[in-house]
Write a protein that binds this ligand. Structure first.
Ligand code: PMP
Length: 356
């Protein structure tokens, strides 16, 4: 069996160790004679899986006791709607940073329910805090710490006073240490650093729960989910189980300090190479570059197809940039081994030598 290096932005590669573990207990979970996929979410087997996953995530991220952790359906996008429904009443104002495609989607959805004030807007550099237009009466401030498509990342937590700060961490959660206590609510789709798609993780401070609008669909009300341990209806059990295996893998790797160091090293190598070449280009201001998603273009766009074809043949998969921006993108989440980045750089060097 050959495992390729898969640079997909999501669903993205998962650690081979985790896949092997899941495979080994696929038909018979812990001697029960059943797959964990086949048992009741309320049974004793799954309860152990669910509780351990939450416990391990709390441990990894240092989540304070006054935060609930929810394992939900609907990925990250469901929360684009849930956030304004849980935290605003009609006519309220909310603050959103617009730093790219995902910020825009989040704020467009929020605009269906509340008045959106755009704090700052830029897609290749994080706007300077002196230019931010925070509103006095916002119910919360939302931002996307890592823009998956643009490869733009906040490397600091925005200072927003006493307003709840809300972060879409879909493409950066668990990639480095984080002070959760600075946030009102954090959410993420699972399919990059956590597990299979469809699962959404919500980490929400308790005082923000219980204020949903009366018309909020019951599954989107954080109170329903918190009161029922994310089991008001049947949760995505297999994804939850896979997330639990990934959390244990991360703990074995040394947690977020250790993986953060590896992630920064991987990203630096790739950016250093891109910057050293006249053939490849990354448009993001250096201090705001993402350590998870590295977009780049070729000096000769007519070579894009050849680049994709040859890299694919070399076992370097899914390097095509997002359809909205073109070019290339290498997503290098936690599960991408450093050798994958080394192999990509070696390929890029060869390609440049051949065609540059
Ligand atoms: N936010 C960000 C930053 C993302 O990268 C993505 C997925 N690429 C989403 C939201 C949407 O996630 P989902 O498909 O789980 O709704």
């Amino acid at each position: 069996m050959t495992r390729v290096f898969n640079f997909s932005a999501g669903p993205a590669m998962l650690p081979t160790e985790v896949m092997e573990e899941a495979q080994a207990e696929f038909l018979d979970w812990h001697g029960t004679g059943m797959s964990i996929m086949e048992v009741s979410h309320r049974g004793k087997e799954f309860s152990v899986v669910a509780e351990e996953a939450e416990h391990d995530l709390r441990d990894l991220m240092g989540i304070p006791d006054n935060y609930k952790v929810l394992f939900l359906h609907g990925g990250a996008s469901m929360q684009f709607s849930a956030i304004p429904l849980n935290l605003t009443q009609p006519g309220d104002t909310v603050d959103y940073f617009n730093t790219g495609v995902w910020s825009k989607k989040a704020l467009t959805e929020a605009g269906r329910f509340a008045n959106v004030n755009v704090v700052a807007e830029h897609t290749t550099a994080i706007p300077d805090p002196s230019t931010w237009q925070l509103s006095d009466n916002a119910k919360y401030v939302h931002y996307t710490p890592n823009e998956t498509i643009g490869g733009l990342q906040f490397h600091f937590i925005p200072e927003v006073g006493d307003k709840p700060l809300i972060a879409d961490m879909s493409s950066c959660i668990l990639s480095e240490p984080l002070d959760v206590s600075r946030f009102g609510m954090i959410y993420a789709g699972a399919q990059k650093n956590i597990g299979p798609s469809g699962l959404g993780i919500v980490i929400v401070r308790e005082d923000l729960i219980g204020h949903a609008r009366p018309e909020t669909p019951v599954l989107l009300d954080w109170k329903t989910q918190a009161d029922n341990d994310s089991m008001y209806n049947t949760p995505p059990t297999y994804s939850w189980y896979m997330a639990g295996l990934v959390f244990k893998w991360l703990k074995r790797k040394g947690g977020l300090e250790a993986i953060g160091e590896v992630n920064r090293r991987k990203a630096k190598k790739l950016y250093d190479f891109i910057d050293s070449s006249d053939f490849y280009h990354n448009p993001v201001r250096p201090q705001d570059r993402s350590i998870m998603n590295v977009p780049f273009t070729l000096a000769k766009p007519e070579l894009d197809q050849a680049f994709l074809k040859e890299s694919d043949a070399a076992g370097l998969k899914y390097l095509k940039g997002h359809r909205l921006v073109g070019g290339m993108r290498a997503s290098i989440y936690n599960a991408m081994p450093e050798e994958g980045v080394d192999a990509l750089i070696a390929f890029m060097k060869d390609f440049e030598r051949k065609y540059g």
